[in-house]
Structures are given as structure tokens and as C-alpha cells.
Design a protein around this ligand. Structure first.
Ligand code: HEM
Length: 168
């Protein structure tokens, strides 16, 4: 099992976007979600939250993942902003479901994170994704390669949309 997961996470890194190719994250142009993917993601996140401080651990991993990231959060009060990750994942699921509220929520993130605002370069989103996957591997005791595929689909679909707004 750990071998399979390791193989899978290597694939996640190998699939990660490059500077030249951030417009088609993971080379995907269309994404098909089954209701099973969305249920798998929601249940996985629920199990992880139940296990402990997922959000604290996610930010710990994210901040350590790239030297450009910690300064971006220097004004952030994490105890007040604990819901950022949960909010982001809920929006990703709603967006994957094709709900208008998901798209309008992601539009807000796309705007606040673009070049003229927080200036989160598209190259950095792979660290966000890898940090989330690493956190899930630690906290969701039922995680398996199939659930990780569902996570990848849901995350990639939203990250692609957010990254495409970088120069807006
Ligand atoms: C490496 C990638 C990312 C970095 C460096 C980053 C950085 C930030 C920063 C600095 C803030 C402001 C926090 C504050 O108010 O002090 C923020 C807010 C936020 N981020 Fe991110 N972010 C990243 C990716 C994402 C992703 C992928 C999502 C979810 C889809 C997300 C969701 C949010 C939300 C919901 C907020 C609060 C609302 C807002 O300010 O737009 N972030 N982020």
C-alpha cells in the first residue's frame, strides 16, 4: 500500500505544471467528474478533519515547501483564518459540480490571488497541491490511489481556472 501511494505521489509531482505549461495543468483540457469523485473527496476531507489539526499541518507543509511562500503570509493571522483551506476545498467541490456559487467563489480567489493582488505566480500552485496531498496522506487513514485520483481531478480543475486569471 505505501509503495502504491509513494508511486502515486511521485506521479503527482511529475505531473506538476511547468512555467511554459501552466495553462493546461496536468495536460488536461477537459475534466469528467463522476459523482463518486466528489463524494470521495468530501468524505476523505471529512475523515482527515476528524483526525486532528489538518489545517495547521497543511500550512506548516505549505510554508516549508517553497521559500517564496512564507513572506506572502506574513500578515496572516492563522488562528483567525483557519477556514481558508476548508473554504477553498468546498469551493473546488462546488465548482467541480458545475454550481454557479462555486464559480463565483473561485472568481473571487482568482482575482485576489492574481498578479495585481497577492501575486501568486502559477508556478506556486503545484506546492499548494503537493502540500494538500501530503497532509491527506498523513490524516486520512483510508486514503488510497483511487481517492487520490479523485482529489487530483477536483484540485486540477480549479487550479487551472485560478491560474488562468493570473494576468487579468
Ligand atoms: C501557493 C498557492 C497559494 C498561496 C501562496 C496563497 C496565498 C494566500 C494569501 C497570502 C492569502 C491572504 C491571507 C490573509 O488574508 O492574510 C490567501 C487567501 C485566501 N486563499 Fe490562498 N493562496 C494559495 C492558493 C490558494 C488556493 C489554491 C485556494 C483555494 C482554491 C486558496 C484560497 C484562499 C482563500 C479562500 C483565501 C481568503 C479569501 C481571499 O483573500 O481571497 N488559496 N491566500
Amino acid at each position: 500500500m505505501s509503495y502504491i501511494v509513494l508511486q502515486f505521489t511521485n506521479q503527482v509531482s511529475a505531473n506538476a505544471m511547468t512555467t511554459q505549461n501552466y495553462g493546461s495543468f496536468n495536460g488536461m483540457t477537459t475534466t469528467q467528474f463522476s459523482p463518486g469523485d466528489l463524494v470521495a473527496v468530501q468524505e476523505s476531507f471529512g475523515r482527515a478533519l476528524f483526525q486532528g489539526d489538518v489545517i495547521g499541518r497543511f500550512y506548516e507543509i505549505l510554508l516549508a515547501s517553497h521559500p517564496d511562500i512564507p513572506p506572502m503570509f506574513h500578515k496572516t493571522n492563522f488562528s483567525k483564518q483557519r477556514e481558508l483551506l476548508t473554504q477553498g476545498i468546498n469551493l473546488m467541490v462546488l465548482y467541480a459540480k458545475g454550481k454557479a456559487i462555486g464559480k463565483s467563489g473561485l472568481n473571487r480567489i482568482r482575482y485576489t490571488h492574481n498578479k495585481s493582488h497577492y501575486n501568486i505566480h502559477p508556478n506556486l500552485y503545484k506546492y499548494w497541491k503537493e502540500s494538500l496531498i501530503k497532509t491527506l496522506l498523513e490524516f486520512d487513514e483510508k486514503i488510497n490511489p483511487e481517492i487520490l485520483i479523485s482529489w487530483n481531478k477536483v484540485i486540477d480543475h480549479s487550479l487551472k481556472y485560478i491560474m488562468e486569471g493570473y494576468y487579468d
